[in-house]
Design a protein around this ligand. Structure first.
Ligand SMILES: Cc1cc2nc3c(=O)[nH]c(=O)nc-3n(C[C@H](O)[C@H](O)[C@H](O)COP(=O)(O)OP(=O)(O)OC[C@H]3O[C@@H](n4cnc5c(N)ncnc54)[C@H](O)[C@@H]3O)c2cc1C
Length: 260
């Protein structure tokens, strides 16, 4: 007998009512192994949240879009985002795992979250249709009372977007990864985002590097800021010294391509 309640709503409104009783079930790749912990699941597969669109230079991607559908969407999505989706998980997992589920369960070694942060992703939450920055959502997501449903993500279309990672084997999660983006700017100054991943609970923005690029296009200062950010980034996978050096090399390489 199924040990928990299973619900498959047809509309977002129905799903929101059911979230009083249980948790969202997307691809199930992270949730299913810990199904004993949840009293009920609310399956999102019939809500029509699997679209991938470009509207007025903003990518709008439904929370239930599969990672593999993003990999295959050559027509719309930037190659760096597609590559990050490919590197997130194996093919079988990518065919099940969704963008929303990945955001809610990813750690600091997530290629996808690293690139989404560089694209200044906004996450739309229901109820309320509130758009919060992905950074804010990542801070809130572990709170026990986080009962909101991610319905879609909005991503700025970057002028340039690059991603690179170093891992122990080609299919491993990264020890260090970097995403850099040049985003459309409102004033005369260019808007840069530099995001470093490979450790901890989430990838981190390197704001000092962003300022050095925006104000002076200073690649060396940007690389130094990345080195400092990972100076004590030790764990079982790599020493702080190795991570720090690699972060500097990747930031320098990607920003040189971007600025020259
Ligand atoms: C064999 C295997 C290996 C794996 N290896 C790794 C790994 O190396 N690194 C890693 O990070 N992960 C790994 N995972 C975990 C998992 O594959 C990913 O994190 C995946 O991207 C989760 O997506 P999902 O759609 O399957 O989410 P689900 O499992 O359906 O849900 C994950 C969480 O997100 C919540 N959620 C889902 N959708 C929404 C939404 N729209 N709004 C609000 N909350 C939502 C769920 O309630 C749940 O708490 C692995 C999983 C398996 C089975």
């Amino acid at each position: 007998m199924c040990p928990f309640e299973y619900h498959r709503p047809k509309t977002v409104a129905e799903a929101l009512e059911l979230l009083d009783r249980g948790v969202p079930l997307a691809g199930g790749t992270e949730l299913t192994p810990r199904r004993d912990e949840v009293p009920a699941v609310v399956d999102l597969q019939e809500l029509g949240l699997d679209y991938i669109e470009l509207r007025d230079d903003i990518f709008v991607i439904g929370a239930a879009a599969k990672l593999q559908a993003m990999v295959e969407n050559e027509e719309l999505l930037p190659s760096a985002l597609r590559e990050a989706c490919r590197l997130e998980a194996s093919l079988n997992l990518r065919n099940m795992a969704t963008l929303g589920g990945t955001i809610m369960s990813a750690d600091g070694r997530s290629p996808v979250v690293t690139v989404l942060l560089a694209m200044e992703a906004l996450v739309v939450l229901e109820p309320g249709s509130e758009a919060v920055s992905l950074e804010e959502l990542l801070e809130q997501r572990d709170q026990a009372n986080h009962r909101r449903l991610i319905t879609e993500l909005k991503l700025k279309r970057p002028e340039i977007l690059r991603y690179e990672q170093v891992s122990r084997a080609p299919t491993d999660r990264p020890i260090v990864c970097v995403a850099v983006a040049r985003l459309p700017s409102e004033g005369s100054e260019k808007g840069y985002r530099v995001v470093l991943g490979g450790l901890g609970s989430t990838p981190i923005r390197i704001q000092k590097a962003e300022t050095s690029l925006a104000e002076e296009e200073d690649i060396n200062a940007a690389a130094e800021a990345a080195r400092q950010a990972y100076a004590s980034a030790d764990d079982v996978w790599a020493s702080g010294e190795y991570r720090s050096h690699t972060a500097g090399v990747l930031v320098k390489r990607l920003t040189t391509e971007m600025i020259s």
